[in-house]
Design a protein around this ligand. Structure first.
Ligand code: COA
Length: 380
């Protein structure tokens, strides 16, 4: 697959009340262009990952909106929406634009502004990613993932402590990331004592409401320090949980991962560093099993034992950025930020978060409660 990532940039994630979406976009797209050493006029197409700007901000037509803002005169521009997987889908669509021969060099922007709005409006807007039955029943995403957590606990004996260990690890990683929303390490006790959001999930089992943007420049051009995309795959499943055959796995993740490993000609064991979609702590446990890193029912204890923690892991490190849990989850930006983090890891520029000798990285981005899954594999 002849697609290289030649530029990458991200803003800090968090409550960015004094910054507009336009300013967030400028910071990261111009940052990624500078990183790539190219000019605005060399960008032939812009792919924007975003979910909520129409529902919360009244602004649709984001392709043209940001193309104008960024001065991409006459460039093709697209908005790509797939709930929390919007960023990953934007990358996938950009990759296909290059592989088709239509474009040589393109920009991908993931951007979301959530904290200016009332939490109940954000929760309602996020449920646009669920099924109509789930909305009619008054479900929220913490509630839907709580069902997945209960099923995993019942079938595999997974405990609230096991889930808390995911939050402890990812907040620790986030404490090493200057761009993360949270910088304070937390303890298992603090997670268990935090207020219940949707039993058994508590405040510290949840990713937060966040603002932020991330960008990439993809090209057929190579760079000496270049990172190549060796697989890009997407799979889907039913929108609603009630139609699924199993609630202890995300079928879309399994399918997207299988396709990606096949495209890259590798196996799960070849991955050194992964950004896995941990919108809730149970989601990382499911992801590590569905991506093939651990057999069903064994990921939770491995995470508790520190097997995927920076500084303790023998090989694979998961969510070195802090993940969605610690770094923050501005919906459309998340999937792009995952790849920005992997680029830093594979270039060897991740500083205190560096995974020694990282050569192969995997990004896993999920929309809704698993209706869309996107997997990218990157190689130095
Ligand atoms: N993790 C850690 N700390 C969090 C947090 C989180 N997820 N959410 C909020 N906080 C912190 C805030 O920074 C604040 O700290 P402070 O008092 O030191 O400033 C405190 O907890 C209270 O914040 P508040 O905004 O009042 O929390 P809330 O109760 O309104 O919202 C959640 C908490 C968990 C309900 C909200 O973050 C949420 O809905 N998360 C899920 C988002 C989601 O569904 N995304 C899509 C996934 S599919």
């Amino acid at each position: 697959m002849n697609v290289s990532i030649i530029g990458a940039a991200t803003t800090k994630f968090g409550e960015l009340w004094d910054v507009s979406p336009r300013a967030l976009a400028r910071e990261v797209v111009f940052g990624a262009l500078k990183d790539a050493g190219i000019e605005v006029r060399q960008i032939q197409a812009l792919f924007v990952g975003n979910m909520l700007s129409g529902m919360l901000g009244g602004q649709e037509h984001l392709g043209a909106f940001f193309a104008e803002e960024l001065g991409f005169t006459n460039a093709a521009a697209f908005k790509i929406e797939g709930a929390c997987a919007s960023g990953g889908l934007a990358i996938h669509t950009a990759v296909n634009g290059i592989l088709s021969g239509q474009y040589e060099t393109v920009a991908v922007l993931g951007v979301e502004k959530m904290t200016d709005h009332k939490p109940e409006d954000v929760a309602t807007a996020l449920m646009g990613a669920g099924s109509s039955q789930e909305r009619a029943a008054g479900c929220t995403f913490p509630g839907l993932y709580a069902i997945l957590a209960r099923m995993h606990m019942q079938e595999f004996g997974t405990t609230e402590e096991d889930m808390a260990a995911v939050a402890v690890k990812n907040h620790y990683h986030a404490s090493l990331n200057p761009n993360a929303q949270f910088h304070r390490p937390i303890t298992i006790e603090a997670v268990l004592k935090s207020h219940k959001v949707a039993d058994p999930l508590k405040l510290l089992d949840c990713s937060p409401i966040s603002d932020g943007a991330s960008a990439l420049v993809l090209s057929v051009r190579r760079q000496a320090s270049g990172v190549k995309i060796v697989a890009s795959s997407v799979a889907t499943d039913t929108l609603g949980l009630d139609q699924r055959a199993s609630l202890t796995e995300l079928q879309a993740t399994k399918e997207a991962a299988l396709r990606a490993y096949k495209q890259a000609g590798i196996e799960a064991k070849d991955i050194d560093v992964a950004e896995a979609h941990d919108c809730f702590t149970i989601a990382e446990i499911l992801a590590l099993e569905d991506l093939g890193f651990y057999i069903k029912g064994s990921a939770a204890r491995a995470i508790q034992a520190g097997e995927v923690t920076l500084g303790k892991a023998k090989k694979l490190v998961v969510n070195s950025s802090g993940g969605l849990k610690g770094c923050g989850h501005p919906i459309g930006a998340t999937g792009v930020k995952q790849v920005v983090e992997l680029v830093a890891q594979l270039r060897g520029t991740a500083g205190a978060r560096q995974v020694a000798g990282a050569r192969m990285g995997l990004a896993h981005n999920v929309g809704g409660s698993g209706a869309t899954a996107v997997v990218h594999i990157l190689k130095r």
